[in-house]
Ligand binder design. Structure first.
Ligand code: SF4
Ligand code: SF4
Length: 238
């Protein structure tokens, strides 16, 4: 019999025999694949609570493993290794090491939310995928995602000046992600903008890219905000 989700079992634990006789009965053929038993010791009792502390992971404890999320998943249809049900199972067992083995694909969730719509227990599997990806980022298991770099740049500008200068956010984002500062789509965007915005406004935007003025009376507000965000993060994730 074919083993369901065989791809999830480590190669070294799959034992295949050309011929297999058990208790005098020839069970060669479809029955010739066995899985070596494994004693689980590398689990973390607090891991489920940890993932619940990330936005989206709150309901992970509700999962009853029906598999509907995986069955409906856009990414699973492309790659059977992408398996939300399995990762939710590992999260509930606290098997971090097993999860980390899939660090290169967990982030590939495209947020289509088919899983969330079909889940009978309101687990919000899409949110759990995001929570797992953020946990890996925070632990340094994976590199920062471009979206995280963008968020940080956005917040940094508010802390420093109390305002957002779009062109400066983009410029710094491109620098930090190693992208060219001038891109084709940007030329078209700027050209169209120039056609519709007053010259005075465009000049102000250009100057602000080099020197962003601070919001009046901003004072230490940025530092206070920054400390508050840090404290909230520490309170949620430890
Ligand atoms: S659909 Fe919901 S309950 Fe079913 S396995 Fe997925 S997360 Fe768990
Ligand atoms: S949101 Fe992510 S996990 Fe859910 S179905 Fe879409 S790709 Fe799959």
């Amino acid at each position: 019999m074919a083993i369901h989700e065989k791809a999830l079992i480590e190669d070294e634990r799959l034992q295949q025999h050309d011929e297999l006789v058990v208790d005098g009965v020839d069970v060669s053929g479809h029955w010739n694949t066995m899985i070596a038993p494994r004693t689980v010791r590398d689990y973390d009792d607090d891991f489920e609570t940890k993932i619940q502390s990330f936005a989206g992971g709150e309901n992970v404890h509700r999962c009853w493993q029906c598999g509907s999320c995986t069955n409906s998943c856009t990414m699973y249809a492309q790659n059977v290794q992408f398996n939300p049900r399995y990762w939710i199972y590992l999260t509930r067992l606290g098997m971090k090491e097993e999860l980390v083995k899939d660090k290169d694909i967990i982030w590939q969730c495209v947020s289509c939310n088919k899983c969330t719509n079909i889940c009978p227990k309101d687990v919000k599997p899409e949110g759990v995928m995001k929570a797992l990806a953020h946990w890996m980022e925070e632990e340094g298991i994976t590199e920062k995602a471009p979206s995280t770099i963008f968020d940080e740049e956005f917040a940094d500008q508010i802390y420093k000046t109390g305002r957002i200068e779009d062109s400066k956010v983009m410029q710094n984002f491109f620098k930090k992600t190693g992208q060219p500062l001038v891109q084709e789509w940007m030329k078209i965007f700027i050209f169209r903008m120039m056609k519709h915005l007053p010259v005075k406004h465009l000049m102000a935007m250009g100057i602000n890219t080099v020197h962003t003025p601070r919001t009046k009376s901003w004072g230490k507000t940025g530092d206070v905000l920054k400390n508050y965000v840090r404290e909230q993060k520490e309170a949620a994730h430890g």
